[in-house]
Write a protein that binds this ligand. Structure first.
Ligand SMILES: C[S@@+](CC[C@H](N)C(=O)[O-])C[C@H]1O[C@@H](n2cnc3c(N)ncnc32)[C@H](O)[C@@H]1O
Length: 302
């Protein structure tokens, strides 16, 4: 995969501007706002110190401040333009600050945060294991890790078998998303990093009449495919016109599953520091998936 967000600092200004616009569009959409209100609203550590990894231009930071209300939030991102944009957006807000930093190397002190959160970042990471090790390092014992992202492998715009629009989706995934299956893999990775996984919740995202974020995604993905020499500009324009035609005629359909994972840096994990194992059928087995969410009950894990 050649996800351009995995090497963000080498992107030309027009690409960074398009990404920043897309972050704003997504954060402003009612569908995404209600998903954020739901999953951020359930974050239990309040009045706390929070670290936002991959904060971008601060678009999601505003939602975090609204729903989680931390006493202090530090946002880090490897893109200096985004860090500057975020700092500008929060000028005069003493609780919030931003710095250059990578998910695997945040530059923050050991055991200094109650919450580490990454909102639509892990699908762009080349080395999620190092990011989890870093989250463990900067979290206080008992601190919470929250990771939210698209299950991008479910992104669909097809209306019928072999719909050419789905090829545009494939171009988006090839060029904009490094790890389309990461949210499915995370529970095991997070456990192996020594955290106790507490919940994995699904959030359906379907757009028909005002798919502004999906249109920016389509445009950025097909433009990146054109820049990579995969397709020509006429096909980029064609996909855009077809998407607009579908919106105008009321036939557009775009959908994806988002997932939010919450995990805890437990004291027992601190002392043992070993990955957990769950013998089949034992009292220590993780609970089965039932209903709408996979939720581990407090105390049901070692
Ligand atoms: C899709 S954007 C999401 C930005 C923001 N969290 C939001 O939702 O508005 C992904 C962000 O991850 C950042 N990113 C890319 N690689 C990263 C890394 N290795 N560590 C931390 N952040 C990274 C990008 O610079 C970008 O700001």
């Amino acid at each position: 995969m050649t996800d351009l967000l995995t090497h963000i600092e080498t992107q030309p200004p027009e690409v960074l501007d398009a990404i920043a616009r897309s972050m704003n569009v997504r954060a402003a959409e009612p569908a995404m706002q209600s998903i954020c209100a739901r999953y951020m609203g359930e974050i239990v550590i309040r009045g706390a110190n929070a670290l936002e990894v991959g904060c971008g231009n601060g678009a999601a930071t505003k939602l975090l401040m609204q729903h989680v209300k931390p006493a202090r939030l530090v946002g880090v991102d490897p893109c200096s333009l985004f860090v500057n944009m975020a700092s500008e957006a929060f000028k005069g807000e003493p609780r919030v600050s931003f710095a250059l930093g990578d998910a695997a190397s945040t530059g923050q002190p050991d055991a200094s945060f109650d919450l580490v959160i990454a909102h639509t970042v892990y699908s762009h990471l080349v080395d999620p294991k190092s990011a989890l090790t870093e989250a463990w390092r900067v979290l206080k014992p008992g601190g919470q890790l929250v990771i939210f992202d698209g299950d991008f492998a479910t992104l669909a715009m097809a209306l019928f078998d072999d719909d050419p629009m789905q090829s545009a989706v494939d171009a988006v995934l090839r060029n904009l998303v490094h790890a389309p299956y990461i949210m499915r893999q995370l529970p095991a990775l997070v456990s192996a990093a020594g955290f106790r996984v507490e919940s994995l919740q699904p959030h359906g995202y379907v757009q028909t009449t005002s798919p502004d974020y999906l249109l920016t995604l389509l445009s950025r993905g097909t433009t990146a495919a054109c820049r990579a020499g995969e397709i020509g500009q006429m096909l980029v324009d064609g996909f855009e016109r077809e998407a607009e035609r579908r919106v105008a005629s009321g036939t557009f359909y775009g959908a994806m599953l988002f997932l939010s994972l919450t995990a805890r840096k437990t004291n027992d994990a601190l002392t043992t520091g070993v990955p957990r194992r769950f013998p089949r059928g034992s009292a220590r087995s993780p609970p089965k998936v039932s209903g709408r969410s996979l939720r581990y009950r407090e105390g049901s894990r070692p």
